[in-house]
Design a protein around this ligand. Structure first.
Ligand code: B12
Length: 210
């Protein structure tokens, strides 16, 4: 059953939802649990959209509420971060896709575990990915996808990274609601998931094995 916070997000009660997030965070509740309740609300909003009960305007409003919640929680999640980063991650949503809620959750969870995250945003060109990877020299690169038409941009980025001689220096991850093991193979990634926690566990396991 959805909690009070999830319901406030589903009902698009922005002020109420954000006040609840702030209040719970200040009262020392586990920020990851609060984030998870917000995510559950977003899942229900997605279901209503798919059923035709909600339209784009409602989706956009819920996305704004979610972003507000993440920015309130970010300092609480960072409290536990170690001084020396565990590893470096470059994240992007590729050309043709502007969805970023899942990417932002993954970024927040990675930061809470002590990773240094370079988020280059949405609708990112493959060439920009190559530039940032060359500049940052990350341990991991993560692509987030919610639109099937972004698969080709991800594949192109992966190919350009090989051509630039950079691809064997990091693990390539792909995540987001529309991704599958077949998409992973198509773009030549090392790991695929639709669960941000599994992505964090993967990064921890690779860093732990180094
Ligand atoms: C919210 C939403 C929007 C919001 C996006 C707000 C934002 N800032 O992101 C808005 C309203 C802007 C929007 C716009 C559009 N949308 Co939209 N949208 C959705 C919706 C309802 C939810 C997506 C979401 O945020 N889910 C919640 C997040 C938390 O889940 P997630 O991304 O999977 O992330 C989790 C994991 O996958 C993981 N993860 C995510 N990324 C990564 C990356 C790595 C590396 C790792 C390890 C893990 C990881 O972490 C998260 C937590 O576990 C979906 C429907 C659905 N049920 O999925 C449609 C959906 C994705 N949209 C869709 C469409 C078509 C559009 C539009 C084209 C609509 C239009 N006609 O204009 C435009 C997009 C334009 C574009 N070029 O991108 C379609 C895509 C169809 C397809 N297969 O291509 C969907 C599936 C709806 C549908 N059934 O038709 N949308």
């Amino acid at each position: 059953m959805a909690g009070e916070l999830s319901v406030a997000i589903v009902e698009l009660e922005r002020d109420k939802a954000l006040a609840m997030v702030k209040d719970r965070a200040e009262r020392d509740s586990d920020p990851i649990q609060i984030l998870d309740e917000c995510r559950r609300g977003m899942t229900i909003v997605g279901e209503r959209f798919q059923a035709g009960d909600y339209f784009l305007a409602e989706l956009m409003l819920s996305a704004e509420i979610f972003k507000g919640a993440v920015s309130i929680l970010d300092p609480y999640l960072s409290k536990a971060r170690p001084v020396q980063p565990l590893g470096t991650v470059v994240l992007a949503t590729l050309k043709g896709d502007i969805h970023d809620l899942g990417k932002n959750i993954f970024s927040t969870l990675l930061k809470s575990q002590g990773f240094d995250v370079h988020d280059i945003g949405v609708d990112v060109t493959p060439a920009l990915v190559v530039d940032r990877v060359r500049e940052v020299a990350p341990d991991f690169v993560g692509f987030s996808a919610l639109i099937t038409s972004a698969f080709d941009s991800m594949k192109q980025a992966s190919e350009l990274l090989w051509e630039a001689g950079l691809r064997d220096r990091f693990k390539l991850m792909v995540g987001g609601g529309v991704t599958t093991p077949m998409v992973k193979d198509y773009i030549g990634a090392d790991f695929q998931t639709t669960d941000a926690t599994a992505g964090v566990d993967y990064c921890l396991s690779i860093i732990g094995g180094k």
